[in-house]
Design a protein around this ligand. Sequence first.
Ligand code: NAI
Length: 471
Amino acid sequence: MNQPANAASARTVTLIRGDGIGPEIADAVCSIFDAAGVPIVWDEANAGLDVFEATGTPLPESVLQSIATNGVALKGPTTTPIGTGHKSVNVTIRKALDLFANVRPSRSLPSVSTRFEDVDLIIVRENIEDTYGGIEHCQTPDVHQGLKLITRPGSLAVHRYAFEMARREGRKKVTCVHKANIHKLTDGLFLECFRQVAPEYPEIEADDLLIDNTCMQLVSDPTRFDVIVTLNLFGDILSDLCAGLVGGLGVAPGGNIGAGRAVFEAVHGSAPDIAGKGLANPTALLLSGVQMLRYLGLMSHASRIEAGLRRSLIDHVHTRDLGGNATTDEFASAVISNLPAPDASSQADAEAPEPINVGKTGPVVVSDENWECIGADMFVRNDGLPDMPKEVGPLKLSMISNRGTKVYPGPTPDILLVDHHRCRYLSETPITEADVRALIQAVGDKYAWMHIEKLHRDSAGERMFSRAQGE
Ligand code: NAI
């Protein structure tokens, strides 16, 4: 690949071509960047299925080092085996580099026919936490568990990023999307952090909406949204939904942003159904590249490439996903031939904008001075209701539930019982580690137990655990 004439002053960017359609669309984007004279030198470092098959690891350490050194990467999609196999390369990169905000704009494009014409919203997806920690366990052969972890510092960071970005881009409203009516502790904490941060940005309207209602509103009238900030899993799903609103996965870009480093990649995956056929639409990765150029301060290059892209779409050079018959290469050639003349003002591109840096410095807002352990949930394996000890030291058996439904005390409801019971023990007064050990001993003498969760109350005497559903 050609390097720009002014390579001496060029910015080095890691290029991960990925697998599936990744190499085809990465080639298309690189050829457009070359033709546009973008001052970037690529540092190629590959990852994904092909690398896994060749080396036994999908993400060599050298790839992470390259991104950490260069600070910026453009990444093609990488396949993640479903149900089994190696860990997701994407999730691993996001976590290893602490890329905590995933910024996914959805904007209507010219001549791309969709139900709505004026969609212009940005999803800011929390990118590290939630169920994406991949902390999953087999509790019994029939019962598997995944932990949903939401933290105060992580939530504060992504909310601050969303509001800072909204302020910088002149956006009017930030909507927090959650399911705090059911996930009262986890999504409840995410929403609480949103409500803490929002007043720091009085010029920006702030509201919140349940995820289910959000989906209905988005497909009814997406123009009511401006910036959406949401949890990791909801953000993953919502961004595919929003891709559908503006023409599909072939046109939906994104950027994973951390403190001083960023990886830009399309929303879509490796599309194995069309890989190697020259059918892939490179628009999503190209727009991710445009997002990257703006991040690097190369504004006029970004605008010029975007103009070439828009002109090509207006000329109805469409790949198959948009109803046309242009190949990936033909589309790239069209964008190149539609690049407007370079803007004399491109000299102004020398300085990158100050990155939005919310750091890891969320203020300590909750004291644990009066944080007290007053009980424990023990999870035991048994076919049918277990005959648990009623009292162990200060701890009394208060409740047993099965799949979240209370089955003790009171009549056992006529429901499907699995071999996994949550047995709740509570004490009137704070308990000690010795009390917990005694409980484990007493329960363990009768039943196989899988795990134990301590239950706390906070300084206000509120039982922190008891806001959860069904309690
Ligand atoms: P996908 O996004 O790869 O494909 C879904 C559908 O959209 C397919 O019909 C595909 O042909 C079409 N499509 C996607 N990108 C397109 C493009 N640029 N041009 C034209 N059509 C396009 O989703 P799928 O099939 O669920 O996942 C395939 C693999 O990709 C999985 O292993 C998944 O884990 C991985 N994946 C990787 C991501 C990444 O690297 N950032 C993101 C999402 C999925």
